[in-house]
Ligand binder design. Structure first.
Ligand code: CMC
Length: 428
């Protein structure tokens, strides 16, 4: 017998059988619950989609209570240990780990598309000298749609694959140019001899040397951070990507919107906010007073808490280990002691325990980025580069899902009843 939910409507005394599948009822099944025949029918009210599954997805699995994160079934710990970002991106985008020859072809394809059109470079130069690199990044990604009008062919699988390669390959170049712009340095062209992350470091930090020498520890650390950030199922920016894509906009425009959603301090901007918070606290001695302030409702402990994880974020654990690796090369970030003390106190404090607030991915990533020489403004950009893989995979999945339509939630109207227009001189 199929699982069903029996609902009794106390307003009418009627009973309804609603099918339960995959632990969910279909919201549209509630529409038949009506008092009068011409009623609209029952809707669900779910601000911020806290309990609404808006899609079926085969990409990323999270068990927030157990701290589990899988990409296409593979645990994040194993990918962070053994994979690299480009391979993980392939897995996320195409569903399986590549064979050796598929990987070679993928590597080559991405490497060949890292260059930006010279006009892109020129208009990037037009931004204010101190323009926030995330603003530059998202505007430039959006502008790519004007360079690749073929991207409008969203139902052509070959065109989608072409845009996918362009986006994965070009986002690091845009990010690096945005960084060089902020720091007043000339833009550096990609070096095809280097790995994906090695080349990114080259475009960021190369000065007058003929060939940039990549530090292998930092290259690997950045690659691990990219793996950890590659996808995270239906978060705010991914939902934005799906919502914009659902109107059949091209992927560059949709990705610009997703990046804009990532920019906010409650999402990808959180690691920037963590660093600002640590600086503001200033010393280990000030930590208890800061925690007291947060508990009193004055601000939040940034880098703590998550809508889905109600235990330690598995990515935060890996990042903490990566931090040790990086600090051996760069020297210890002096803010680390404040972060460790914050974590120590928060993890044994009743306020944080009761609300299941643990460090999230952003708590330590900013410390690593800062030690590697990135200004805080670059942090959300560093998040956006790998998340591009997740955004595109989710967009592609959405377009191929016959159940999906243009995203268009309902509202509960709580405004004024119908009333007549009043001329300006008669208004009180
Ligand atoms: N510091 C102090 N209290 C907090 C925090 C925090 N970081 N996060 C949540 N709370 C409290 C909140 O005040 C509320 O308490 P009460 O029940 O007494 O009102 C309770 O915990 C539940 O919070 P919520 O705001 O209803 O939880 P949410 O699921 O809507 O928010 C969150 C999730 C990530 C936005 C939130 O935890 C937060 O603002 N954290 C700080 C920002 C941050 O680190 N963001 C990065 C998220 S991970 C990276 C990513 O995926 O983008």
């Amino acid at each position: 017998m199929p699982d069903t939910l029996t609902i009794t409507d106390n307003r009418t005394g009627k009973q309804y059988e609603v099918p339960v599948q995959d632990g969910a009822i279909r919201a549209m099944d509630l529409r038949k619950i009506k008092v009068q025949e011409d009623d609209f029918g029952l809707v669900t009210y779910d601000p911020a989609y806290q309990n609404t599954a808006a899609c079926k997805s085969a990409i990323t699995y999270i068990d927030g209570d157990k701290g589990v994160l899988l990409y296409r079934g593979y645990p994040i710990e194993q990918l962070a240990e053994a994979s690299n970002y480009l391979e993980t991106a392939y897995l996320i985008l195409f569903g399986e780990l590549p064979t050796a020859s598929q990987m070679e072809a993928w590597n080559k394809e991405i490497t060949l598309h890292t260059m930006l059109h010279e006009n892109v470079k020129q208009f990037m130069e037009g931004f204010q000298y101190n323009a926030h690199p995330m603003g530059v990044f998202l505007s430039t990604v959006g502008a790519l749609s004007t360079f690749y009008p073929d991207a409008k062919q969203i139902f052509d699988a070959e065109s989608r694959r072409h845009q996918t390669v362009r986006l994965i390959a070009k986002t690091p170049s845009i990010a690096a140019y945005a960084f060089r712009h902020l720091t007043g340095r000339f833009y550096v062209y990609p070096d095809n001899d280097l790995s994906f992350t090695g080349n990114f470091l080259n475009m960021l930090f190369k000065m007058t040397e003929l060939k940039y020498k990549v530090n292998k520890v930092l290259e690997r650390a950045l690659d691990v951070l990219f793996i950890l950030h590659a996808d995270h199922e239906q978060n705010c920016s991914t939902s934005a990507m799906r919502a914009i894509g659902s109107s059949h906009a091209d992927p560059y425009s949709a990705l610009a919107g997703a990046a804009a959603a990532l920019y906010g301090p409650l999402h990808g901007g959180a690691n920037e906010a963590v660093l600002k918070m640590l600086k503001e606290i200033g010393s280990v001695a000030n930590v208890p007073a800061f925690i007291k302030r947060v508990k009193g409702g004055d601000g939040r402990l940034m880098g703590f808490g998550h809508r889905v994880y109600k235990s330690y974020d598995p990515r935060a654990k890996i990042i903490k280990q990566t931090a040790d690796m990086v600090f051996e090369v760069t020297g210890r970030n002096p803010l680390l002691d404040i972060a460790l003390e914050l974590e120590r106190i928060a993890l044994q404090d009743e306020y944080f325990i009761a609300r299941k607030l643990y460090p999230n991915v952003d708590f330590y990533s900013g410390l690593i980025y800062q030690a590697m020489g990135f200004p805080v403004e670059m942090f959300p950009v560093l998040f956006a580069i790998p998340r591009t893989a997740g955004w595109i995979a989710q967009w592609d999945e959405m377009l191929n899902d016959p159940e999906q339509k243009i995203a268009r939630p309902r509202q509960l109207y709580v405004g004024a009843d119908t009333r007549d227009y009043v001329p300006a001189d008669k208004r009180k």
